[in-house]
Design a protein around this ligand. Structure first.
Ligand SMILES: Cc1ncc(C[n+]2csc(CCOP(=O)(O)OP(=O)(O)O)c2C)c(N)n1
Ligand SMILES: [Mg+2]
Length: 821
C-alpha cells in the first residue's frame, strides 16, 4: 500500500544537492579476441552480411522510387519508402544481441530494423521451428514464394522468406508479412520478434511499455525495445512512456517475485535529424541525447551514448542493457548515434544539410569499415565479402521480380479488408498458457465489496413500486464492478491501470474492493499519462493479454488522441487480423465540473474505423455490456456517464442478474413502447426522454416509444427502423454537443433506410454548441425534457395548445449554425 511510504517533512525539507551519475559516451573499444570469443567469426560475418543486405535492399528501393528501375527490373511504387542507408550498423548490432523472444517495435524508418531482427532470427531459431513458422504463417503463402528463389538449406530459404515477405508488404501485396495492409511504415513479423512499426513519430514508445508489462505481468522471457528517432524526444507520449516505465512502484510496492520494472529499452537511433529539423543544435536542447535519462530516474535510465557506426559497440551495449532489463532494473535509454545518408524519403532534396556533411559520413561508411576490420583480422577476404554481397543482390533480383509481378503477387480485395477491421472474437481467457491461474489475493466470495453487494436491491423499486433508498441500491457502478471482478477471476492475463485505480477505489468508486482482491501487477495506479495509459494498453493487448484502461473523464481523450485514433483502432487491421486488440478503454462523461470535464465525445471515436463504441445507460446494460467487451477481442471505447453511477436498474424487472450474462452486441433496447413517435437516445439523456415522453402522452396524447441505442458502433438499425415504420416519426437526443454529434449519422441513416416510412424529418436534439457552463447553469446546456417536447412540436408534430418553453425552430437552428454556436 502506498500508505507504507510516508512523506516525512523532516526528511523532504532537508537542504542538500542532487548528484548525478556519469553518463558514458562512446565508451566501447574494439578488442578482436574478445569479440571473436563473444560473437564468433560466423556471427560477425553474419552481421556484415545483414548490413550489406539492408544496404542493397534500401538502395534497390531508392532506385525504384527515383528511377522506376533497378538492375533492369521496372516498377512504379506509389507508396512511401523511408530509407535507412547509413544506419545499418545500428540496427544489425542491436539485433545481434537479441534473442528471438526479444521484441523490437520501431518507426516509419524500419525496413532495416525488420530485416536485421528477422535475419538474425533465421540464424538463431531452431531449424525445425523455423520451418514450422514458415509453413504455418499465412498458410505457407510467403513460403511458397520464397521457394521460387534459389536457396541452399532451410536457413537460406528463410532469408528468401524475409526478403520477399518484407518487400511484398512494402508493395502492398497479399503475400506480404501483413497481407499488404501495413505497408512500408507499419510492416512487421512477430514470429521473429519484429513487432509493429509506427508511422506516428514516437508512437512505439508507449506501446513497447505495454508489451514489456505483458512480459513482466505474465512472466514471459525476453525484453522489449522501442526503436524511436532522436526527434521523437520532443513528443509528449514518449515522455509519458518513459514515466510509466520508470514508476517507483515496480520496486517499492510490487513484490520482488514479480521481477521488477517492465523490461523496456527506449533505443534512439539518433541520426541528428527529424526530417529537415536538426535536433542537435536547432530543434532540441538536450545536447547529448543520453542526458535525458537523468531527468527520468536516479539511475539515469542506465543511459549511454553508443557509436552506432560500429555494430560491435551497439551489440555489446545492447547485451549489457538487456541484462539490466532482465534483472528488472529498467527502463533503459540507449542513444545510438548514427547517420542517415539517404534522404528522409527519396524525394528529399537534402536542402537542410550540406553535401560535405553527407560525404563525411560516407567516408566513415560502417559497412566498408566493418568489412575491412573483419578482413584485417582474417575472418574473411575482400573477395569473400564481395561474394556475400553478390549473393544478396541475386536474391533481391529474384524477389523484386516476384513481388512486382501482378499475377504472382496479387493484392487483397475490399472484402478482405472489411473482414479484418474487427476480430469479433469471444475468448474466456487470453494468453497462451492454459496452466496459468488468475491470481486473486482472496476468493471472490470473501471480497468486501462482493459481500456488501450480496444484500443490495438489484431493482430500483420495491414490491410496492417505491424507489429503494440509495444506500440499499445496487448501482450502475456496482454493475461495472461485478463485470470486472468476474473476468479478473477467469482471465489470468487481465490487468487494469489508470489514474487512481487502486487505493482510491477507482474513479467514482467503480473499483472499490478490487485493491483488496488483486495484486499490484493486475491493478495499478499509473502516472498521469493518458497517452501512455492507452498506448500501454495497446501494447499489452497486441502482445496477447487483456487490458482495461481508464481515463476518468472522456475529456481527457484529447491527451490520448493518437493512441485511441491511430493505435488501438488500427493494429488489428494493419496486421491483417494477425494481432488482436482485447482492450477496453473506460471513459466517463462528466457533469458539474464545467467546460473541460463534461463533454460527451462519443462522436470522435464513432468516426474512427476499427473501434467499437458502447454507451450503457442502465445498470443491467453496464454489466452486460462490460461483460461483452471483456470477452471480446476488439478495442472498445466504453462510455459511462457520471449522472448514472448512483442509479439503480429501472427497466429489467428482475433487476441486475447476479450471474453472468451479455447484452447482444449492437442491438438497441426499447425502454418504453409507443405508437406515434419514436425518441431514441444515447447515454443519460434516456431519462430526460422518458420525462418528455410522459409529458407528450399525458398532455398531448402522443404515444411515444423510447429507444436506448446503447451501442454506437456496431449498431443494428433494425429495431430503430422497425419502430419508425410504426410511428413514422423520430427524434434523437443525447448529451453530446449538437454539431457533429453521432445522432446526425443516425438521422441520416434512418432517413436513407426508412425514408418512405417517415411522416416528418428526423429531429436531432443535442447539447448547445457551447462550453459546458457551471453546475448551476447546466440546464442551459444539456438537453432538457422541454427541449425535446418543443422540438417535437416545432419540427415533427404540432402539439395543440403547446406554448414552447424554448426555441427549437428550424429558423433558430439555422441562426445558430450561421453563427457557429
Ligand atoms: C506525430 C508525427 N508528427 C510528424 C510526423 C511527420 N514526420 C515523419 S518522420 C518525421 C521526423 C522524425 O524524426 P526522427 O524521430 O528523428 O526519426 P528519423 O526520421 O530521423 O528516423 C516527421 C516530422 C509524423 N509522422 N508523426
Ligand atoms: Mg532522426
Amino acid at each position: 500500500m502506498p500508505k507504507s511510504i510516508v512523506v516525512d517533512p523532516s526528511k523532504v525539507r532537508k537542504p542538500g544537492t542532487l548528484k548525478f551519475k556519469d553518463i558514458p559516451v562512446n565508451a566501447y573499444r574494439r578488442d578482436f579476441q574478445k569479440e571473436e570469443a563473444r560473437w564468433g567469426r560466423e556471427g560477425m560475418l553474419g552481421m556484415w552480411r545483414d548490413m550489406a543486405a539492408i544496404r542493397e535492399f534500401e538502395s534497390m528501393l531508392n532506385a525504384i522510387k527515383t528511377q522506376g528501375n533497378w538492375n533492369g527490373i521496372e516498377y512504379n511504387h506509389k507508396g512511401p519508402a523511408h530509407l535507412s542507408i547509413g544506419q545499418e550498423a545500428a540496427s544489425v548490432g542491436q539485433s545481434a544481441a537479441l534473442g528471438v523472444e526479444d521484441l523490437v517495435f520501431g518507426s516509419h524508418r524500419s525496413h532495416g530494423e525488420i530485416l536485421a531482427k528477422c535475419l538474425a532470427a533465421t540464424r538463431r531459431m531452431d531449424e525445425k521451428k523455423l520451418e514450422q513458422v514458415m509453413k504455418t504463417y499465412l498458410d505457407g503463402e510467403i513460403l511458397a514464394m520464397a521457394e521460387k528463389v534459389s536457396y541452399d538449406g532451410v536457413r537460406d530459404l528463410a532469408v528468401n522468406f524475409v526478403l520477399y515477405g518484407a518487400l511484398a508488404e512494402i508493395f502492398a501485396r497479399k503475400a506480404g508479412f501483413n497481407r499488404g495492409l501495413g505497408g512500408s511504415m507499419h510492416a512487421f513479423f512477430a514470429p521473429f520478434g519484429s513487432m509493429p512499426n509506427n508511422a506516428i513519430v514516437g508512437g512505439s514508445a508507449d506501446i513497447a511499455v505495454g508489451a514489456a508489462l505483458y512480459k513482466r505481468i505474465n512472466a514471459k522471457p525476453g525484453i522489449v525495445i522501442a526503436n524511436i528517432g532522436d526527434a521523437s524526444m520532443g513528443c509528449g507520449p514518449v515522455w509519458e512512456a518513459m514515466s510509466l516505465s520508470a514508476m517507483d512502484q515496480y520496486r517499492t510496492l510490487w513484490p520482488s517475485s514479480d521481477g521488477g520494472a517492465p523490461p523496456v529499452m527506449f533505443n534512439v537511433f539518433n541520426n541528428f535529424y527529424g526530417m529537415g529539423g536538426q535536433t542537435d543544435g536547432e530543434t532540441m536542447g538536450y545536447g547529448t541525447l543520453a542526458r535525458i535519462g537523468a531527468g527520468v530516474n536516479p539511475d539515469n535510465m542506465h543511459a549511454e551514448r553508443v557509436d552506432g557506426y560500429d555494430p560491435l559497440a551497439v551489440a555489446e551495449a545492447t547485451a549489457r542493457k538487456r541484462d539490466i532489463l532482465l534483472a528488472g532494473k529498467g527502463p533503459v535509454l540507449l542513444d545510438v548515434m548514427t547517420y542517415r545518408v539517404s534522404g528522409h524519403s527519396p524525394s528529399d532534396a537534402s536542402s537542410y544539410r550540406t553535401p560535405e556533411e553527407i560525404k563525411l559520413w560516407q567516408d566513415a561508411d560502417a559497412i566498408v569499415d566493418f568489412g575491412a576490420y573483419l578482413a584485417k583480422n582474417g575472418v574473411t577476404t575482400d573477395s569473400g565479402l564481395a561474394e556475400k554481397r553478390a549473393g544478396i543482390v541475386k536474391k533481391l533480383e529474384a524477389v523484386l521480380k516476384l513481388a512486382t509481378d501482378e499475377k504472382a503477387s496479387p493484392r487483397v480485395n475490399g472484402a478482405f479488408i472489411e473482414s479484418v477491421m474487427l476480430s469479433n472474437g469471444k475468448v474466456e481467457r487470453m494468453g497462451d498458457d492454459p496452466a496459468a491461474v488468475p491470481v486473486l489475493l482472496h476468493p471472490l466470495s470473501e471480497n468486501v465489496r462482493v459481500k456488501a453487494l450480496a444484500d443490495k436491491a438489484r431493482f430500483a423499486f420495491d414490491a410496492d413500486g417505491k424507489p429503494v433508498s440509495k444506500n440499499k441500491l445496487f448501482q450502475y457502478r456496482d454493475a461495472l464492478f461485478e463485470a470486472m471482478a468476474h473476468r479478473y477471476s477467469i482471465d489470468p492475463t487481465m490487468a487494469a491501470w489508470g489514474e487512481e485505480n487502486r487505493d482510491w477505489g477507482g474513479a467514482f468508486a467503480v473499483y472499490r474492493g478490487l485493491t483488496e482482491l488483486l495484486p499490484y501487477k493486475r491493478l495499478f495506479n499509473s502516472s498521469i499519462s493518458e497517452g501512455a495509459i492507452i498506448g500501454a494498453g495497446v501494447g499489452y493487448a497486441l502482445s496477447g493479454g487483456r487490458a482495461v484502461v481508464e481515463l476518468m473523464y472522456a475529456d481527457f481523450m484529447g491527451r490520448a488522441g493518437d493512441e485511441i485514433f491511430n493505435q488501438a483502432s488500427k493494429w488489428q487491421s494493419m496486421s491483417a487480423g494477425i494481432l488482436k486488440m482485447p482492450l477496453v478503454m473506460r471513459v466517463s462523461v462528466g457533469s458539474k465540473y464545467g467546460a473541460q470535464h463534461s463533454q460527451d465525445w462519443a462522436a470522435l471515436v464513432a468516426h474512427i474505423p476499427g473501434l467499437k463504441v458502447y454507451f450503457p445507460a442502465t445498470p443491467y446494460d453496464a454489466k452486460g455490456m462490460l461483460n461483452l467487451a471483456l470477452r471480446g477481442t476488439d478495442p472498445v471505447v466504453f462510455f459511462e456517464s457520471q449522472l448514472l453511477y448512483d442509479m439503480g436498474e429501472r427497466f429489467e424487472k428482475g433487476g441486475v442478474p447476479k450471474g453472468y450474462y451479455e447484452v447482444p452486441e449492437g442491438v438497441p433496447a426499447v425502454r418504453k413502447p409507443g405508437k406515434d413517435l419514436t425518441i431514441a437516445t444515447i447515454g443519460a439523456t434516456l431519462y430526460k426522454a422518458l420525462e418528455a415522453a410522459d409529458i407528450l402522452e399525458s398532455k398531448y396524447g402522443v404515444s411515444t416509444e423510447v429507444i436506448d441505442l446503447r451501442f454506437i458502433s456496431p449498431l443494428d438499425y433494425g429495431p430503430l427502423v422497425e419502430s419508425v415504420s410504426k410511428t413514422g416519426r423520430l427524434l434523437l437526443a443525447s448529451d453530446a454537443a449538437e454539431r457533429g454529434s453521432f445522432l446526425h449519422t443516425v438521422a441520416s441513416n434512418v432517413q436513407t433506410l426508412a425514408f418512405d416510412k417517415l411522416d416528418a424529418p428526423v429531429a436531432v436534439v443535442g447539447s448547445r454548441n457551447w462550453i459546458t457552463p457551471a453546475a448551476e447553469m447546466e440546464e442551459l446546456f444539456f438537453p432538457q425534457k422541454d427541449w425535446i417536447v418543443d422540438a417535437v412540436h416545432e419540427r415533427i408534430l404540432p402539439l395543440p395548445g403547446r406554448e414552447p418553453a424554448t426555441n427549437q425552430t428550424t429558423l433558430e437552428l439555422a441562426r445558430r449554425a450561421r453563427l457557429g454556436v
